[in-house]
Design a protein around this ligand. Structure first.
Ligand code: ATP
Ligand code: MG
Length: 337
């Protein structure tokens, strides 16, 4: 492209200077109605080739953010750039850049895997040999070649999800949005999908944004992640960075009754060296540098307040602890069953 043409293109599609970014989300707000502010200044950016996770409690705004990024919904305020294209202003232009795999499967059960892919390809303007070759390539890549000509209603959940993923990739996008890609899959199918997503980013340079209800998924798969709560980012970084902010040990204690955080703080107030006390119903989380040493003292203090300790464990901080710290909720409570 000649320089003047390049400048005109840049001007037209608001191309920013930073070429290393795949997604820039700036101060996004979304108000569904006067009472629901689903996004409240959501800001983050994702590098090209990165797998990035959005994690957060139910209603945090994850799906709303994905719908806006994929141009299916408009923000009340804020900006989104996908590969430097202003997606709110030029949604059509942006749509060719990405594939989107929604939380609910988009596979038609009354058609075969191959037919589903052919139809998806046609929607993106692929025809003839090019389309057939691309479909064959994806069926092979996702280990669906043997099942290609069977109705997809006979597929397992894992196979359907693979087909969803293949459909999202038919037009060779640079960016893939996955809204809860592995929810409802058994552990084996989940691991198999992780491998495929990892391969796509690593070998093919695809940028992936996923939302997940599984912290383990974010830990295993994502280069970086953002914890979002009430429509904004409360913490972001690599899994290691997030865990590193919690030094020392975490003591988890199950007690026989539900108590408030202020009561727990009062009960434990004479014990020195406790960095943080969080209470979630009848579980106490205490962060300290000397977990093993302080465990008997902690248990005695609780017993002295006439509360029974049912179990106590000491562990290194996990992503669950980071999540609890920033959202005030236990992650497991958010998992859909
Ligand atoms: N179409 C809509 N109309 C009105 N309110 C909505 C709509 N969609 C979402 N909301 C509200 O916006 C907030 C954010 O919802 P969203 O679906 O983005 O959360 P989420 O993080 O994806 O949650 P989950 O983990 O349960 O999928 C919630 O309070 C939800 O009730
Ligand atoms: Mg959601």
């Amino acid at each position: 492209m000649k320089k003047t043409a390049q400048n005109q293109y840049k001007k037209k599609y608001h191309i920013a200077s930073d070429k290393s970014l795949a997604i820039e989300v700036q101060a996004l707000t979304k108000r569904y109605n006067p009472d629901v502010l689903a996004l409240n200044g959501l800001t983050f950016s994702i590098n090209r080739g990165e797998i990035f996770g959005l994690i957060g409690p139910n209603g945090a705004g994850k799906s709303t953010a994905v719908k806006i990024m994929t141009t299916l919904s408009r923000p009340s305020q804020g900006k989104i750039r996908l590969y430097n294209i202003d997606a709110t202003q030029y949604p059509k232009k942006a749509r060719h850049l990405f594939g989107y795999v929604a939380q609910q499967s988009g596979v038609d059960g009354e058609s075969t895997g191959r037919e589903n892919l052919m139809l998806q390809g046609r929607l993106y303007g692929l025809r003839g040999l090019r389309l057939r070759e691309r479909v064959g390539q994806l069926l092979t890549q996702f280990n669906l070649i043997e099942a290609a000509d069977r109705l997809t209603k006979t597929y397992s959940g894992g196979m359907q999800r693979k087909l969803d993923l293949a459909m999202g990739l038919i037009h060779r996008p640079q960016l893939l949005f996955l809204d809860e890609p592995t929810t409802g899959l058994d552990p084996e199918a989940r691991t198999s999908l992780w491998k495929m997503i990892h391969h796509l980013a690593e070998e093919e340079g695809l940028t992936v944004l996923l939302t997940t209800h599984y912290l383990e998924e974010a830990d295993q798969l994502c280069n970086r992640m953002a914890i979002i709560d009430q429509g904004k980012v409360v913490k972001q970084g690599t899994a290691g960075e997030l865990k590193a902010e919690l030094n020392g040990d975490v003591v988890h204690m199950e007690i026989t009754e539900t108590i408030t955080e202020s009561r727990a703080t009062t009960i434990l107030q004479d014990i020195s060296g406790l960095d943080e006390i969080i209470v979630e119903a009848s579980t106490l989380y205490v962060r300290t540098n000397r977990g093993a040493e302080q465990l008997p003292t902690l248990i005695n203090a609780i017993k002295s307040a006439n509360i029974e300790v049912q179990s106590a464990t000491i562990s290194r901080p996990s992503l669950d602890d980071v999540y609890l710290r920033h959202t005030g909720r236990i992650f497991a409570e958010n998992e859909e069953v």
